[in-house]
Structure formats: structure tokens, C-alpha cells
Design a protein around this ligand. Structure first.
Ligand SMILES: Cc1cc2nc3c(=O)[nH]c(=O)nc-3n(C[C@H](O)[C@H](O)[C@H](O)COP(=O)(O)OP(=O)(O)OC[C@H]3O[C@@H](n4cnc5c(N)ncnc54)[C@H](O)[C@@H]3O)c2cc1C
Length: 452
């Protein structure tokens, strides 16, 4: 049977774009791709990229305070959100153009429309046109989830944060995951009065507990009103904003309420179940290690599969799919020892097992140190850095590394290479320190603080 395409990709985000481009440019495949919103997907348009630019913007208030301590005669005016947003929009337009251009250069045919599955080899576009393909890749990502409660229609999500007409003066952020915590620090750095509710006992569930406590403490020190064990009961619009009543009796009026309480995969109405493709409880597509669904011609990568929801993982899954299907080289998407960063202030870089995960296995040693870094110590800030290594007591292999410090995201990338290569504590110790840096503490940790 002749198909219109060798591959049709639904979704022009991190995973879909990478797969489409590699299949076309490196394997000579005929590729079509449908994107219903903007090319580049969540990462480029309303995730990693605009968020990181806001992280940079928010860092200048502290930097200017530090500068004065270092002898600079600087006076900060206010933060001009409108000026920043104009530049941000232009940058996102530029990046979107690059993504589109790269696909076109590779010969991918782009459809700026929604697509759904019609059968195992057919996608249907919004205008009813059908396109056939030998293989279909579902890469539709995810979207923010807001639970229903009285007043839930008043809240915004991370999608809208980048579109504020004016920065709110007071914001309530609901959630304790990395997106909630990052926006709490960003907005607080930009001068917004931030209150954060999280229903659990500590923010950043799933990460190393000591690091979670360290970050929560730093956030409170910055003036973020963090309320744990607390959820929203109801929201009412009042004359001067949104009145929020909390489950712990707390109440307050805010200019905006941002919900960052999780994300759900974009599978509704895609036609997956009609084809017999399994969905997990939250709607994520069920796939095997090669990202193949129960229908052999249909694969899925990225957040829509809810494995590890990070851009580099979606990209790797897209590339592994192309290796497997178009290059005759069956390749499993690799989810081992994936490093990550949380762009709070200070940042958190993490790879491998947390102390709690390691403790459950037993036979582990924990090395850790917390100290005031030289740069902010000099300027009188109270920041503290945390450096932590988790070791297998028998092999001395480093099983996990957790860093809370400015630029921890940069540090953890390099530590992750060593850990991925199987580095032991002795390898770390043999490595000469780079002085004076924060990271040198990683190679000078002398004795375990705990053994399990
Ligand atoms: C606020 C925020 C911050 C983040 N920060 C980071 C970070 O710092 N580091 C990191 O690694 N990850 C980060 N992420 C996660 C990262 O953005 C995602 O893991 C990544 O974008 C997933 O890529 P994807 O290709 O699976 O999906 P997406 O990038 O979401 O792309 C899916 C695309 O499919 C389109 N689409 C959906 N349905 C259809 C349809 N039926 N037809 C046509 N098109 C469709 C959507 O419009 C979208 O463009 C962040 C996410 C958010 C929300």
C-alpha cells in the first residue's frame, strides 16, 4: 500500500520536532507534521525557555544588592515588565522561526492545525483532510491541570504567566512541584509579594529530603509566604482582587492565583482508545521500551507518555524512535540517571538516588556539607550551599549527587557524566579541586555524615 508519508508526527514540541527532523534529514523519510499552536511546543513557547529568561530577569535584584556590597555605586529602578515582555515575545518568535526553518530545511511538510488519529495509518486534520503514513508518532505533550472547586474559574496556570499584561503586586501560587517553586522564586525576585500553598508536608516531593528542606528554608528567607499542609477551599472575586479562603483557616486577597498542581497528557479526543491503544489512569499513552504502542504502526514520545517529563528526555525518546524505526537500529529510550535542575533561588541540581531512596536499599554512606558561599558571604547575604553525595558502601560508587547553590544546574551536568561513567568516591577524591569554587567541596568531602 502506498502511503502519503513514511512518518506523520502529531505535535511540534521537543520530541516531535526532533523525530521529524532526524527521520527526514538523516533517514531520507517523507515526513509530515501537524502542530495546532506554535512550533517548538511547551519548552520553547511556554516552558523551559521563557521561564529561564524570567529566572535571569529575577536574579538582577539580588545581583544589584550584592554589587553595592562589592563597592559599585548602583541604584536599581523598578522592573519594567512591559519592556521585558516585548523582548521575550521577540525572542520566542525568533526561536519558533528557527524550529520551523529547520524542519522545512529537512524537507518536513508542516500543517499548522490539530490532527487526530483516524486509523492505524491515517491522521485526520481539523479541516477533515486525511493523510496516510506508514508510521505515526504521537508527540502531543501535556497541559496544566486545575482541579474544580468553588472559584476555580478565576485561576491562571503557567501558560498565562508569560502573558501578564502587568505584573501582579500580590500572587498566590498553589502547588509544591518544581514549576510552582520556580515561579514563586521568579516572581518574588521581580518584586511580587508571593504566598505559596502546598497541601503536602514539604515542597518538591520526590527529591532528596534534605535538599527540599534547604530550598524551602531559602524560599522563606526570601520572603515567600510558604504555607504547608494548606490548600485552597474557595476563591471569590472581590473589589480589590481575588479573595482566597484556605483549608487551614488562612485567607487573603491577591491580584492573581496561579495553579501549578500538576500536568496531564494531551490525549483527549485523539482517538487512541478507539484504536485499542492503552491509556494510563491519567490519560498517558502506554508504550513499551521502544516507545511503541499496542498498535505497531503508532509510537508515542515525550510528556504524552508521562515517563520523565523533561525536554532532553523527550528529545532522546524521539531520537531513539528514529533509530529504531528508520535506521534499523533498535534503541530503547534511556531513562537511567537522568540529571535535572530546579531553577529556584538558589538552584537545585540533582542526579541519581535521593538519600531516602538509597536508604531503602541499605548499605549506603552519605557525605554532605552546608556552608556560606564566598560570593554572597562577602556581600552579607545569608545564603547557604548544600553539597551531597550518596555512595554505595560496598563499591564506593556514587549513586546520587544533590547540589543546592547558584549555578547548581551547570554543576550537576558535569557531575552526572562522572556518575554515569560509574565514578567512585575515590575517583572524586583523586580529582584535584578547582579553587576557589563552590564545587571543590564535592572532591574534598572527608567523612560520611550518616550511614544506612
Ligand atoms: C513552566 C514549565 C517549565 C518547564 N521547565 C523545564 C525545564 O526547565 N527543563 C526541562 O527539561 N523541562 C521543562 N519543562 C518540561 C518540558 O517543557 C516538557 O517536558 C517538554 O516540552 C515535552 O516535550 P513534548 O514534545 O513531549 O511535548 P510539548 O513540548 O508539550 O509539545 C507538544 C505539542 O503538541 C501540540 N499538540 C497537542 N495536541 C495536538 C494535536 N492533536 N494536533 C496537533 N498538535 C498538537 C501542542 O500544541 C504542543 O506544541 C517545563 C514545562 C513547563 C510547563
Amino acid at each position: 500500500m502506498a502511503f502519503d508519508y513514511d512518518l506523520f508526527v502529531i505535535g511540534g514540541g521537543s520530541g516531535g520536532v526532533r523525530a521529524a527532523r532526524l527521520a527526514a534529514a538523516e533517514a531520507g523519510a517523507q515526513v509530515g507534521l501537524a502542530e495546532e499552536y506554535r512550533m517548538g511546543g511547551t519548552c520553547v513557547i511556554r516552558g523551559c525557555v521563557p521561564k529561564k529568561l524570567m529566572v535571569f530577569a529575577s536574579g538582577y535584584a539580588g545581583a544589584m544588592q550584592d554589587a553595592r556590597a562589592y563597592g559599585w555605586d548602583v541604584a536599581a529602578g523598578g522592573f519594567d515588565w512591559a519592556a521585558f515582555r516585548t523582548r521575550l515575545d521577540a525572542e520566542l518568535d525568533r526561536l519558533e522561526g528557527i524550529y520551523r526553518g529547520n524542519l522545512q530545511k529537512a524537507g518536513v511538510e508542516i500543517f499548522d492545525t490539530r490532527a487526530v488519529l483516524a486509523d492505524a495509518h491515517t491522521v485526520r486534520l481539523a479541516d477533515g483532510t486525511e493523510k496516510t503514513a506508514r508510521h505515526i508518532l504521537v508527540a502531543t505533550g501535556g497541559r496544566p491541570f486545575v482541579p474544580e472547586f468553588p472559584g476555580s474559574e478565576h485561576v491562571i496556570t503557567s501558560n498565562e504567566v508569560f502573558r501578564f499584561e502587568a505584573l501582579p503586586k500580590r500572587i498566590l501560587i498553589v502547588g509544591g512541584g518544581y514549576i510552582a517553586c520556580e515561579f514563586a522564586c521568579i516572581l518574588s525576585g521581580l518584586g511580587v509579594k508571593v504566598t505559596q500553598y502546598y497541601r503536602g508536608a514539604q515542597i518538591l516531593r520526590g527529591f532528596d529530603e534534605e535538599a527540599r528542606g534547604h530550598i524551602a528554608g531559602a524560599m522563606c528567607d526570601q520572603g515567600i509566604g510558604l504555607r504547608l499542609g494548606c490548600n485552597v477551599q474557595r476563591i471569590d472575586r472581590v473589589a480589590d482582587g481575588l479573595w482566597v479562603k484556605a483549608t487551614d483557616g488562612h485567607d487573603g486577597v491577591y491580584d492573581a492565583v496561579l495553579y501549578a498542581t500538576g500536568r496531564v497528557p494531551n490525549t483527549a479526543g485523539l482517538g487512541l482508545e478507539d484504536l485499542g491503544i492503552g491509556l494510563k489512569g491519567n490519560g498517558a499513552v502506554e508504550v513499551d521500551g521502544y516507545s511503541q504502542t499496542a498498535v505497531p504502526s503508532i509510537y508515542a514520545v515525550g510528556d504524552v507518555t508521562d515517563r520523565i517529563n523533561l525536554t532532553p528526555v523527550a528529545i532522546r525518546e524521539g531520537a531513539a524512535f528514529v533509530e529504531t524505526v528508520f535506521k534499523g537500529n533498535p534503541t530503547r529510550a534511556d531513562h537511567e540517571l537522568v540529571p535535572g535542575a530546579v531553577f529556584t533561588r538558589p538552584e537545585f541540581g540533582t542526579v541519581g538516588l535521593s538519600e531516602e531512596e538509597a536508604r531503602a536499599r541499605g548499605g549506603v554512606e552519605v557525605y554532605a556539607t552546608a556552608f556560606r558561599p564566598m560570593q554572597s558571604g562577602f556581600s552579607g547575604r545569608e545564603d547557604r550551599v548544600l553539597m551531597k553525595l550518596i555512595l554505595c558502601a560496598h563499591t564506593r560508587r556514587v549513586l546520587g549527587c544533590h547540589i543546592v547553590a547558584d549555578h547548581a544546574g551547570e554543576m550537576i551536568q558535569l557531575a552526572a557524566i562522572a556518575i554515569r561513567m560509574g565514578a567512585t568516591k575515590d575517583d572524586f577524591d583523586r580529582t584535584v579541586a578547582v579553587h576557589p569554587t563552590m564545587a571543590e567541596e564535592l572532591v574534598t568531602l572527608k567523612a560520611p555524615v550518616r550511614t544506612w
